[in-house]
Design a protein around this ligand. Structure first.
Ligand SMILES: Cc1cc2nc3c(=O)[nH]c(=O)nc-3n(C[C@H](O)[C@H](O)[C@H](O)COP(=O)(O)OP(=O)(O)OC[C@H]3O[C@@H](n4cnc5c(N)ncnc54)[C@H](O)[C@@H]3O)c2cc1C
Length: 362
């Protein structure tokens, strides 16, 4: 392990000033991703600014009906929060599907958003990885690529974003609050926060050097049923092969196939939000799927058409070809269940407005 210096800060502005004063500095929060990478010398900070004690660990209700989640809130605290569980169940479900109980207790919201997009070759330091060592190639292409991206990949990188939380936040159109070293504050829609790999896969977000995440704002909950479904190789402590965060509103009492709509027939989908995890370098919102769902009968045929639309541009790498059909089927099942939840709750009898956030994917 390489030597580094360490300081703990108790004030957000002191944190960004401390990071700005040292070119090789990095923030450390729960440390569950950063320390692993430092041990492997993949991350080599000269100085760590410990932000884990900053007073950014609360969840507040906002006047518009949304909530603001402080960047230092533990993943487990967000998942357990009664307001989150009631109004944003998809977020609570996504968090509980991630990592393990111990990790969720340590992991912060800011750190979860900024955990490295990665693949096994990124960690295996003898291999070529353009993300770890720009210009060294991508050994996952033509290699063992069972878990890799099927959408938005490039010739330089086919890694996937590992966060479950960020997938749910994408469906909820979250906004990320950032504090810069000069004291300026900006917010970025999560759909605009992450970058696709292109030929610079080592640059994963639009975060500026030294900028710190201070919180995440969730707009008022969209009407309809919410659901997160994660498919993985084992039931716990495993990243997604494919995951889906869905929000579906219908005009119905019961929702899906065979359900009764407002006029006594099959229910109609009024609006939907669809985001995938495990399929791309970033959480992947599918506007194509959403468009094909709107004002269509809440039936499996509609969900299958949405799944086809979502995967229209999907490309396998050989080992991960199965993920394309897995993603389609996971979406169908998630939409069906979310629509039934919407119907059962008797919600979503009105057409919601289209969110104004950047979406970044199709
Ligand atoms: C074995 C294992 C299994 C896992 N499984 C899953 C899983 O199934 N699903 C899932 O979603 N995740 C999973 N994870 C990842 C886990 O969720 C992340 O490691 C965790 O969320 C990172 O949060 P942290 O606070 O520990 O971040 P840290 O490790 O402290 O930091 C991560 C990065 O974020 C930066 N950073 C942290 N906070 C801020 C901030 N406020 N502003 C700016 N930069 C910041 C740091 O500089 C660092 O670069 C797993 C991790 C492990 C080790």
């Amino acid at each position: 392990m390489r030597p580094f210096t360490y300081e703990r800060v108790t004030d957000a502005r002191a944190a960004v000033a401390a990071a700005a004063s040292r070119p090789g500095a990095k923030f450390i929060s729960g440390g569950t991703n950063l320390l692993d990478l430092m041990k492997l010398e993949i991350e080599r900070p000269d100085h760590l600014v410990d932000i884990s004690r900053l007073p950014l660990g609360t969840i507040e209700e906002l006047p518009d009906g949304g909530v603001r989640i402080g960047a230092q809130t533990a993943n487990s605290d967000v998942a357990a929060d009664a307001r989150v569980r009631t109004a944003y169940p998809v977020l609570s479900e996504a968090l509980l599907a991630g990592a393990s109980g111990q990790l969720r207790n340590m992991a912060s919201v800011g750190g979860n958003l900024l955990q490295r997009t990665r693949c096994p070759y990124f960690y295996y330091t003898d291999s070529g990885c353009n993300k770890r060592d720009p210009g060294s190639g991508c050994d996952a292409i033509g290699g063992f690529n069972r878990t890799h991206a099927i959408l938005g990949a490039s010739d330089a990188c086919i890694a996937t974003h590992p966060s479950d939380m960020a997938v749910a936040m994408t469906a909820l159109e979250a906004r990320i609050e950032l504090l810069d070293a000069d004291g300026s504050v900006r917010t970025v829609a999560i759909g605009d926060f992450y970058r696709l790999p292109g030929d610079t896969p080592h640059i994963e977000t639009v975060l500026r050097p030294g900028e710190m995440i201070t919180g995440v704002v969730l707009p008022p909950p969209p009407p309809g049923g919410q659901l997160y479904r994660k498919v993985r190789d084992r039931a716990s402590y495993e990243f997604a092969l494919v995951s889906v965060a869905a929000v579906v509103s219908t005009d119905a009492g019961t929702g899906a196939d065979g359900g009764t709509g407002a006029g006594g027939g099959t229910a109609t989908v009024m609006d939907a939000r669809v985001a995938f995890g495990g399929v791309a370098h970033k959480p992947w919102r599918s506007l194509a799927a959403e468009d094909s769902l709107r004002e269509r009968p809440a039936t499996m045929a509609t969900y299958r058409a949405a799944a086809e639309a979502a995967m229209r541009d999907a490309v396998g790498q050989g080992g991960n070809d199965f993920k394309i059909e897995l993603a389609r089927r996971t979406l169908c099942r998630t939409l069906d269940e979310a629509a039934r939840t919407a119907g059962a709750a008797g919600t979503a009898r009105r057409r919601p407005g289209r969110g104004g956030n950047g979406h970044g994917a199709s």
